[in-house]
Ligand binder design. Structure first.
Ligand SMILES: *Cc1c(COP(=O)(O)O)cnc(C)c1O
Length: 360
């Protein structure tokens, strides 16, 4: 049996929820989406939550609902999934990349202010792998420079600083893609306390319309289906259990992996890491290369992945746009990182096998 790098957990509750929606014949714009929005807002601790059909849609609408567009610059991390930055291009603004911290993998807040110009309108910190960015510092910088904060929390459902959830420091963007901590198949969510933003996003996701066949502005079809929302309601009830299993598995690996040349993920006190991924660094001091270690793990039926092998600013998409700057920490880290399985279905036995292979 292969130990998979990720695997959604879908039980009888999800199956029943989908069948109930099918039986109801109400497949879109019904009660399930409303219910999921209410439950998610409650869970995160915001007044509003708006369901969408992807995390990408969430980032895109968060940007345009805040009036970000042509001529504007938006600061983000180069070490993320491409959507953290491609959505800035979709809004017609310019992504500006700030290098990361090598221990947290998140944006280096000490480098942000150097990249702020009179065109900078927003910052998108990414809570990568489920670990919160330093929001205290980012909120301070944003206040001082009058920037909007859009949190890419697509990997961080339930991550916290103190008792405050990510997605409450700015406008929060979440994804429910099958690899994420909970899934709706495809899906996304925006969290906000701003009533006007809530209304505008509801309009933008539905062809610029709140009243049927009246279109005030250019909008999109970014609606979540009732089927997805029904799965989401069942999944959300299990999120705390899923997260506690991930954290338990990750902390077990972190405690047991004391191997020269392997660096395990940082967890600062007061930060709740929800371990969307457990990502180690395989440095030159380790007895074999990262690629050799990957082969060895795969030979032993353990899946592992490099998230992410190419920094966003090095992608062909961005090279063609003229991006050619060096972001040394990000470029070094992409050559070292390796994510190991810790999702809720991974057992103690599986973890011991991983530890043995790394050490032996
Ligand atoms: C998954 C993800 C997205 C995009 O979410 P989709 O639902 O796949 O569109 C954006 N940013 C990050 C960091 C992600 O992990």
């Amino acid at each position: 049996m292969t130990i998979k790098i990720s695997e959604p957990i879908l039980g009888e509750e999800e199956k029943k929820a989908v069948i109930d929606v099918l039986d109801s014949r109400q497949l879109s714009q019904g009660e399930k989406v409303r219910q999921l929005e209410e439950l998610f807002a409650q869970y995160i601790g915001t007044k509003y939550a708006i369901a969408l059909n992807s995390g990408t849609a969430a980032l895109h609408l968060a940007l345009i609902a805040n009036g970000i567009g042509e001529g504007d610059e938006v600061i983000t991390s180069p070490f993320s999934f491409v959507a953290s930055a491609s959505t800035i291009l979709m809004s017609k603004a310019k992504p500006v990349f700030v290098d990361i911290e090598e221990d947290s993998f998140n944006i280096n807040t000490y480098l942000i202010e150097k990249k702020i110009s009179d065109k900078t309108k927003a910052v998108i910190p990414v809570h990568l792998f489920g670990y919160p960015s330093d929001m205290e510092k980012i909120v301070e910088i944003a206040k001082k420079n009058n920037l909007i904060i859009i949190e890419d929390a697509c990997q961080a459902h339930g991550a916290k600083i103190g008792d405050k959830n990510v997605g409450t420091f700015g406008i929060g963007c979440f994804s429910f893609y099958p690899t994420k901590n909970i899934t709706t198949g495809e899906g996304g969510m925006i969290t906000t306390n701003d009533e006007k933003i809530d209304e505008l996003i509801r309009k933008l996701r539905n062809h610029g319309s709140l009243i049927r066949y009246h279109h005030d502005i250019l909008g999109y079809n970014y609606r979540m289906t009732e089927l997805s929302a029904a799965i989401g309601i069942a999944q959300l009830k299990k999120l705390e259990f899923f997260n506690s299993r991930r954290i338990e598995n990750a902390l077990y690996l972190k405690e047991k992996i004391k191997i020269p040349g392997i660096i395990t993920p940082k967890v600062s006190s007061g930060y709740r890491h929800v371990f969307h991924q457990f990502t180690i660094r395989v440095t030159k001091r380790y007895k074999m290369t990262r690629e050799e270690l990957m082969k060895k793990l795969k030979r032993n039926d353990i899946e592992c992945e490099i998230y992410y092998p190419i920094p966003i600013h090095k992608q062909a998409l961005f090279k063609k746009l003229g991006y050619d700057e060096k972001l040394p920490i990000c470029e070094k880290i992409t050559k070292e990182v390796l994510s190991l399985p810790i999702h809720p279905s991974v057992s103690k036995n599986d973890l011991n096998k991983i530890i043995e292979i790394l050490g032996d």
